[in-house]
Design a protein around this ligand. Structure first.
Ligand SMILES: Cc1cc2c(cc1C)N(C[C@H](O)[C@H](O)[C@H](O)COP(=O)(O)O)c1[nH]c(=O)[nH]c(=O)c1N2
Length: 216
């Protein structure tokens, strides 16, 4: 059974987890800590227990620089997609910490890891990708419990990451994560603080019995 204090600790980790872009510090991440975080990721649920993930741990600044180049390209493309009024604010955001964080972790999905037919993936083939995202979330929460910041950078074409890390064609890059100790964690999402979007009321997102039905 989970005790009250253990439950509180879990919620504390969930609510204080943040996407970290800027405030990384130089303190090295010990192998033992990294190993606990990766073990937590590896204990995520996965469709048919196929465990489709791999974790590429990148410390080399030269490799991270290549990923950063990919970010710059995709970031410029992204800016063009926003309306003029939103573009200026978009461009003012810091949306990655690829070089500031001492570690990059690329989480990938091997869609063939346990063959063609997988329990739970038969009707919905994307379930292996979702499983990999479950591993990312476990990693993110375990890192927060270790006081490590994590920032997910998705403003990079996966092909760019594939090339930078030598990922084979049949393996799907799912996430580039910046990982490192931080000087502080923001209390609330930075995009919320900047007025980009507010946190929605949960009541608006809970439906009773049928889509769109709010009241009991
Ligand atoms: C799949 C996915 C992809 C991205 C993100 C998240 C997720 C789940 N987020 C982080 C995102 O902006 C952040 O989670 C929300 O703003 C909420 O803030 P907190 O995570 O609660 O701090 C993110 N942030 C960023 O600065 N650059 C990015 O490329 C991305 N990409």
């Amino acid at each position: 059974m989970v005790s009250c204090s253990e439950r509180e600790a879990l919620y504390k980790v969930i609510y204080s987890r943040r996407d970290v872009r800027g405030q990384y510090v130089d303190t090295p991440v010990q192998d033992e800590v990294l190993s606990r975080v990766l073990q937590a990721a590896h204990h995520a649920p996965s469709v048919g227990f196929m465990q489709p993930w791999d974790f590429i741990v990148v410390r080399d600044p030269a490799v991270r620089e290549k990923v950063k180049d990919g970010f710059e390209i995709a970031h410029r493309e992204a800016a063009e997609m926003f309306s003029e009024e939103k573009r200026e604010q978009y461009c003012s955001f810091k949306l990655e910490g690829i070089m500031e964080a001492p570690l990059g972790i690329c989480v990938t999905c091997d869609r063939q890891r346990s063959g063609d037919v997988v329990i739970g993936r038969t009707a919905n083939p994307e379930m292996d990708l979702y499983s990999t995202v479950c591993a990312v979330q476990n990693l993110w929460l375990a890192a927060r419990a270790e006081n490590l910041g994590v920032g997910w950078v998705s403003i990079v074409h996966h092909e760019h990451i594939r090339e930078a890390l030598g990922i084979p064609d049949d393996i799907v890059p799912v996430a580039w994560l910046c990982v490192g100790y931080v000087s502080f964690f923001h209390e609330t999402p930075e995009l919320e603080q900047a007025g980009w979007l507010p946190r929605m009321e949960l009541d608006r997102l809970v439906h009773r019995e049928q889509w769109g039905q709010r009241a009991l």
